[in-house]
Ligand binder design. Structure first.
Ligand code: RIB
Length: 307
């Protein structure tokens, strides 16, 4: 298989505050730093896939405003082709708290213009989606738009990936449209009721998703513990790839998903594609920012060649 990657999702501007801890209600604390940069899970995944070498098309909706201009700039720099409508609404933003000691984050996202993505907007990009080798979506835009994207992708013969983030209850029939589902620990627990503590519990969650209709495999991402690929008959623990000191984990899941999609679109075996995704994520956490932290292909190849 080879061909393009189509990603449906959200762009927002990330406003990132690095501090020792989160403020309590009614409290003001001094932070260490602030940064403004491109974010949104779908857009981050598109940047990751394009920098990894895939022809990448991003389906979304943004405003005719400064944050919308920021989106156009990062896509142009990364080589992402926008399949995007610009509307007279504000582009969204995310509040990101990064804990200074660990680099871990807590996020509030307001999708703005992308929150108005409708099934009709998705249908307007039917050629891009149906003609893709690999289609990816997440759950930051409305659920009915995600569902329509998955339907069009499957009808066109694309391999489909659902990154179920943020966690939400899936409508009937959605899992049956997905070849791969890529939850993190808390999303896997929200989908299956199984608390993810180790590989055995991740495997049990994978089995539950397969029993509920998932087509090929669950890939549970577990941060520093790596990922578990589980297809029922093939279960592989892929260790996290550490390439340097951890700076910030924002966008690490997006790095994995974008890299995984790009590698699948090249025709790689899914376990190898997941390893490729781990290399992309391993590089991304050594840098600040979300989209800004995505590595280029030469860096990914260098990491993989050292394994
Ligand atoms: O996955 C990280 C992303 O989640 C951030 O860029 C933020 O915008 C939220 O969408």
């Amino acid at each position: 298989m080879s061909g393009h990657v189509a990603i449906l999702g959200v762009f927002v501007a990330d406003t990132t505050y690095r501090a020792e801890r989160q403020p309590r209600m009614g409290e003001t604390i001094l932070g260490r730093s602030f940064a403004l940069g491109p974010g949104g899970k779908g857009s981050n995944q598109s940047v990751a896939a394009a920098r990894a070498g895939a022809e990448t098309h991003f389906v979304s909706r943004i405003g005719r405003d400064t944050f919308g201009d920021m989106a156009m700039r990062i896509w142009e720099e990364a080589g992402v082709t926008p399949a995007v409508s610009r509307v007279d609404e504000a582009t969204g933003a995310a509040f990101i708290f990064v804990e200074a000691s660990s680099g871990d984050n807590a996020i509030i996202i307001a999708p703005g213009a992308a929150g108005g993505l409708s099934p009709a907007d998705v249908e307007a990009q039917a050629k891009v989606i149906g003609g893709a080798a690999v289609f990816v979506t997440q759950l930051e835009q409305p659920m009915d738009a995600a569902m329509r994207g998955l339907e069009l992708a499957r009808a066109g013969g694309a391999v489909t990936i659902l990154n179920p983030a943020p966690a939400a209850e899936l409508p009937d029939g959605m899992l049956a449209l997905c070849d791969y589902v890529t939850p993190n620990e808390s999303e896997a627990e929200a989908l299956t009721g199984i608390a993810i503590r180790d590989q055995a519990s991740a495997r049990a969650a994978g089995d539950a998703l397969l029993a509920a209709g998932l087509r090929r495999a669950a890939i549970v991402t577990m941060g520093g513990q790596g990922v578990l690929y589980h297809s029922g008959t093939r279960s592989v623990a892929i260790p996290a790839i550490e390439v340097g000191p951890l700076v910030e984990t924002t966008g690490a899941g997006d790095a994995f998903n974008g890299g995984f999609a790009a590698a699948l679109a090249e025709g790689r075996d899914p376990v190898e594609a997941a390893r490729f995704g781990c290399a992309v994520a391993g590089l991304s956490v050594t840098r600040p920012g979300a989209a800004a932290s995505m590595p280029i292909r030469a860096e990914i190849d260098a990491v993989l060649s050292r394994l």
